[in-house]
Design a protein. Structure first.
Length: 307
């Protein structure tokens, strides 16, 4: 397997070519979760519109360079977790956690979620260290540098409060497609208390893309598809993309004309004809598709030679 990166100019040309010039709002590659503590915003009686709406109305930022990751007083200051990319996106679900820190140095007094019609589930004693939360929206979040959570805390000593993966080992987003696609966060920020925090700025959305058995780095899902490749959105380099694993494609079974999605070896094992250019039975060249659901294990047992 070889690894090839598409150059910046080539990527721009690829994205600019053809009719698909509009950004894919559902391609959530290279999203980040960053923290922002608006200067001077202290917790008090909650405004009628809520803290998230107050943030959007008076304190919203449009770029990572405006984010503040540090607080330097012990008052109950508000800070927010924002979702950000290099361009606006749309998503329905987010999962994240808080990493390890000493909760006696920084005490989270209040917290809340942002979004329209959101429901959430927490893991362990959230928002304690090493705990997590999953937030599901009934109406998709849309935009950039969008607030997802707010916190109000009191500082007693220097601390670093990091965003982290949830206890389930994941931090990231899920888009609004059917079925939905999950995209891990590329970077996670941290709040600094009496010390510098950690910035988490968006960057170019290069993802691993399997083209035949080779791996290239493509600027997003659509760019990979334009190359005739299979996106690997969970991987941002080719080391673990496993492009050398044979891809699945349409296999037409000669005895029935039915269609299966299997690799080349398994197709020939069943006496079928493999069509690597087709990845979907509904548009493939097979005369018909199976009338009912049949698993690959059942078919393999059916056609395996007797011992």
């Amino acid at each position: 397997m070889r690894s090839v990166a598409i150059s910046g100019w080539a990527a721009l040309a690829l994205l600019a070519a053809g009719p698909g010039t509009k950004a894919d709002m559902s391609d959530l590659a290279a999203g980040v979760l960053l923290v922002h503590a608006p200067p001077g915003l202290e917790y008090s009686a909650a405004p009628a519109e809520g803290w998230c709406a107050r943030y959007l109305d008076q304190h919203a930022i449009a770029g990572c360079e405006d984010a503040v990751q540090r607080i330097d007083d012990g008052e109950s200051r508000l800070w927010f977790v924002l979702a950000a990319w290099e361009e606006p996106k749309t998503w329905m679900r987010v999962e994240l956690g808080l990493g390890l820190y000493d909760p006696s140095d920084y005490v989270i007094d209040r917290w809340g979620v942002c979004g329209s019609g959101v429901v959430f589930a927490t893991v362990c004693d959230w928002p304690a260290p090493n705990c997590g939360i999953t937030i599901q929206a009934s109406t998709a979040w849309s935009g950039n540098y969008v607030p997802l959570l707010w916190f109000a805390g009191t500082a007693y000593a220097a601390a670093l409060v990091p965003l982290a993966e949830s206890p389930f080992g994941y931090a990231g987003f899920q888009n609004a497609l059917d079925p939905p696609e999950a995209w891990p966060a590329r970077r996670l920020g941290a709040l600094g208390v009496f010390r510098d925090g950690v910035a988490a700025c968006p960057e170019e959305a290069l993802i691993a893309c399997c083209v035949d058995l080779d791996c290239v780095l493509a600027p997003g899902r659509q760019a990979c598809l334009d190359l005739g490749g299979v996106p690997r959105p969970d991987e941002y380099d080719c080391l673990y993309a496993h492009c050398s694993v044979p891809p699945t494609a349409v296999c037409c079974l000669s005895f029935s004309g039915s269609c299966l999605l299997v690799d080349d070896y398994d197709c020939h094992f069943m006496g079928g004809t493999w069509h690597p250019a087709f990845r979907d039975c509904s548009t493939g060249p097979c005369p018909q598709t199976p009338a009912g659901p049949t698993t690959w294990g059942q078919l393999k047992r059916l056609y395996q030679p007797a011992p």
